[in-house]
Design a protein around this ligand. Sequence first.
Ligand code: HEC
Length: 127
Amino acid sequence: MPKIKYMFLKYSAALIAIILLAACGNDKPTMKYEAPADGLSLFKTNCSSCHLVKAKLVGPALAGFNERWPDKKKLHDYIHNSQEVIKTDAYAKSVFEANNKVIMTPFPNLTDTQIDAILKYIEEESK
Ligand code: HEC
């Protein structure tokens, strides 16, 4: 009898260890958009309702944005909230006025990595 009890304890301990290992093993990063390759899908989800790369839609064509936005940090701020940047930046204000003062959707939740992925996609498509 005591032997069976001992075996039961041993197997229970082994089982708990396996369950714990499996639970920890599942702890993979779940950031879905961290890979630069996702620029296309991020662009489609967030930007393509208003922008094409090479032609005007609601907003202007985005090709060549690099030359118009030499300050990368400012461009990130602009995509996070264009209206904030328009307050202080003459170029941003002129684009706003040239596009009939249509307000671009702010994207406060896009991370810098996600914005870079989108910009990289636009760059590739601009060629
Ligand atoms: C609701 C429509 C809309 C959406 C969605 C939108 N934009 Fe815009 N975007 C505009 C408009 C309109 C302008 C022109 C400036 C203005 O009116 O404020 C603009 C301007 C821009 C500019 C400056 C263009 C230039 O020539 O300097 C960039 C860069 C830009 N958008 C990037 C993006 C990115 C990236 C996304 C997606 C994350 C996006 N936009 C989503 C409407 C939009």
